[in-house]
Design a protein around this ligand. Structure first.
Ligand code: MOS
Length: 722
């Protein structure tokens, strides 16, 4: 149980986030947003803004900044503001006003006059369904996939032949990441080099995108983000403030700060797609699945830049079935951009699949856990590669016993005016990793530095670096200085896809082994203290036949202040041998008031099989956060888009998020089976799985309590009023 190394800085307000940087001569930008959902900007009258007090620069598609679309090998093309006069959604960044103070910039932005050629906008997923298009490949999976038993001709035949068939359609809402830190940036140029302070999920990746958009070499860009106030996928790509601040600072030759207001965050940054998902399950009377069909539609922005891959999770991770058919379609809408959001695909996908499994269990008169155990897979359907490590059965068993599942009654129970029910669901998220490089430096003061560009958006990665570094160097963690969030450090990949511990941790182990080899070589080199001796290393010391020195002493004897090595790790051969995933079981108890119909989650428990847990305290926090977000998805969150594309609830007053009063007991348990087939650290992903399945567990518990099945989220009081 290790507390976060950056905890004291954060709770005392000393941690400097991107927008906390203030530089001499700095000016402030305010972003202008569109007020139509589809059309072309005819004109932007900037006269009033230009003559407003303190204004130093005004930019628009008619008077653009020097920027172009960003292209990187990681994300492909990333949208960059002010490139043309097209408006594809309400609240799209279309201009920038820069002034000596934030208030002056904001006031001037209010008097920008925009006229548009309007076009009809399609803003509702239901209205857009008729225009659905096949989604392109995503995460290596084709948009449609069919795995059929040898003697079966079609999924329809397989379903037809199934003794029991259950079919239903589920819907999930569009969401905003709503991270505490709004997207923001401070940019400053010096001698052709730009430094950008901006929260992101990988400093190296941000530098790459900025370099591409600014048309400069990557070596001319330094992206710095030692502290990030939440990201969840919403800071994977470079934000509008970062692009605009970097370009405006170059044009004005002054440091520029841009911070989105909370309302602007809702449209000027990307969020989660809304989905419609049709599930058809075929089963035998004993519960074993004979066919599984999952057809999904998701909203996509007009540029079709991101697909929420809800069906793909089903194909890759879930249940054993001889016949599987998935399809993934996208519905282009005039809505804000969509992107990765915690458990992209799996979070909304699991609401549909895990609700449908609960409904099938009821139809079969079978315990929902028993149904899942019957269909436990040893490999993804249609795939020969067995799971490297899978203990989901143990998660169900431990969870059931810790949660008191045996006390669950088919129709729930009552407690005064409250109807009380229990629900459960399976959680899964693929175990992935990305290439990462880490530098480990031994210093002559007996400490070591472990650094990689990456980012810690609140996940605890900084502390993981110090723990894995300490273990690899065989010294105590308080002797390690972990460094993150600076593109000047070796490329550390991204805190995304639940990969960072496996990716960076593996590279730490390689770098540490390398630097210790070099230390031993240095210690026994000609003229060095251990010359001619067999040397070994343990506990921060070099041992020889007749001699024993700390690494600091060895360095000082060699007149060195430090010794460094860079280690790199990347996914490789293991991908040809096994399939990899984290697994879990979610349980919750919901109380629904008989008269007011408010639903309250009174208890929840998640039991997870996520490989080795490096820091139990931070890992528990990750899971709690994910589970609470699952409750939030189930009962609170959803962007309400008006017909004209304006968000009806684009602020933290109208966009409901759970507060303390909404969340009671949250229990987390890990079964720990280190998965060294996946990576040398043995850790699988924990960043996203915490929210997978939770929304379904809530809906399933509501059904158990009330007998009412709600097939969409968020579930509101209105849904439960008879
Ligand atoms: Mo994320 S949705 O793991 O960036």
């Amino acid at each position: 149980m290790t507390s976060r190394v950056d905890g004291p800085l954060k709770v005392t307000g000393r941690a400097k986030y991107g927008a906390d940087h203030n530089l001499p001569g700095m000016v402030y930008g305010y972003v202008v947003l569109s007020t139509i959902a589809n059309g072309e900007i005819e004109a932007m009258d900037m006269t009033g803004a230009k003559s407003s007090p303190g204004v130093v620069g005004v930019y628009s598609p008619f008077d653009p900044l020097e920027l172009k679309p960003a292209m990187t090998p990681i994300f492909g093309e990333t949208w960059v503001p002010l490139q043309n006069k097209e408006v594809a959604y309400y609240g799209q960044p279309i201009g920038l006003v820069v002034a000596e103070t934030y208030e002056q910039a904001r006031d001037a932005a209010m008097v920008v006059e925009v006229s548009y050629h309007r076009r009809p906008a399609v803003t509702s997923l239901e209205d857009g369904l008729a225009s659905a298009e096949d989604a392109p490949e995503s995460r290596g999976t084709p948009s449609s996939l069919s795995v059929l038993a040898p003697d079966v001709e079609s999924i329809e035949d397989a379903l037809e032949a199934s003794p029991v068939v259950f079919e239903a359609t589920y819907r999930t809402a569009t969401q905003n990441h709503a991270a505490m830190e709004p997207h923001s940036a401070v940019a400053v140029w010096d001698a052709g080099q730009v430094t950008v302070y901006s929260g992101n999920q990988g400093a190296n990746i941000q530098a790459m995108e900025l370099a591409s958009a600014l048309g400069v070499e990557m070596s001319s860009v330094r992206a710095i983000n030692p502290f990030v106030g939440g990201a969840f996928g919403g800071k994977g790509r470079t934000s509008t403030p970062a692009f605009l601040a970097a370009a405006a600072a170059r044009t004005l030759d002054k440091p520029v700060k841009i911070v989105l207001s909370r309302e602007q965050v809702f449209t000027a940054t990307a969020g989660r797609a809304a989905t419609v998902q049709k599930l058809t399950l075929g089963a035998k009377e004993d519960g074993s699945l004979t066919a599984l069909r999952h057809d999904s539609w998701c909203s996509v922005p007009i540029d079709r830049s991101f697909v929420e891959p809800t069906s793909h999770g089903t194909s890759k991770e879930w249940y054993s079935t001889p016949n599987l058919s998935i399809s993934q379609k996208m519905v282009p809408l005039n809505i804000p951009l969509t992107t990765f959001m915690r458990a992209p695909g799996e979070a909304p996908g699991s609401f549909a699949l895990e609700s449908a499994m609960d409904e099938l269990a009821l139809k079969l008169n079978m315990d929902p856990i028993e149904l899942r155990l019957r269909n436990n897979s040893t490999a993804p359907p249609g795939n020969d590669l067995q799971w490297s490590s899978k203990h989901v059965d143990e998660c169900y068993r431990i969870g059931a016993s810790r949660f008191g599942w045996a006390d669950r009654l088919p129709g729930g129970r009552t407690d005064g005016d409250w109807l009380v029910g229990m629900g459960m669901a399976t959680a899964m998220f693929p175990a992935l990793r990305f290439p990462a490089s880490v530098e480990v430096t031994l210093r002559d003061d007996e400490t070591a530095v472990v650094g990689t560009s990456g980012a810690d958006p609140g996940t605890g990665l900084l502390t993981v670096l110090s723990l894995v570094g300490a273990e690899s160097l065989d010294i105590s963690p308080d002797r390690i200085t972990p460094l993150l969030g600076d593109s000047a450090l070796p490329p550390g990949g991204m805190s995304g896809g639940s990969t960072a511990t496996a990716s960076a941790g593996s590279a730490v182990m390689i770098a540490a082994a390398q630097v210790l080899d070099e230390l031993l070589a240095l210690a026994s080199a000609p003229g060095a203290p251990f010359e001619g001796m067999e040397v070994t290393y343990a506990e921060g010391r070099v041992h020889g036949d007749a001699l024993d020195m700390t690494f600091g002493e060895v360095l000082r004897a060699a007149n060195r202040t430090s010794l460094s090595a860079i280690g790199s790790s990347a996914p490789g051969e293991e991908l040809t041998k096994h399939s990899f995933s984290s697994f879990g079981a979610q349980f919750c108890e919901v109380r629904v008031h008989r008269l007011t119909c408010e639903a309250r989650v009174s208890r929840m428990l998640g039991v997870f099989d996520a490989g080795r847990i490096i820091n139990a305290k931070a890992a528990r926090s990750q899971m709690i956060g994910g589970m609470i977000w699952g409750v939030s998805a189930a009962l609170h969150e959803g962007m309400e888009i008006e017909e004209n594309g304006r968000l009806a609830n684009g602020d933290l007053a109208g966009y409901l998020l759970p507060v303390n009063a909404d969340i009671s007991e949250v229990d987390v348990h890990f079964v720990q089976y280190p998965d060294t087939l996946h990576n040398p650290v043995g850790a699988k992903g924990i960043g996203e799985i915490g929210m997978v399945g939770m929304a379904a567990a809530v809906a399933n518990a509501i059904h158990n309590a009330t007998g009412v099945r709600i097939r969409h989220i968020p579930i509101t009081i209105e849904d439960l009023l008879e």
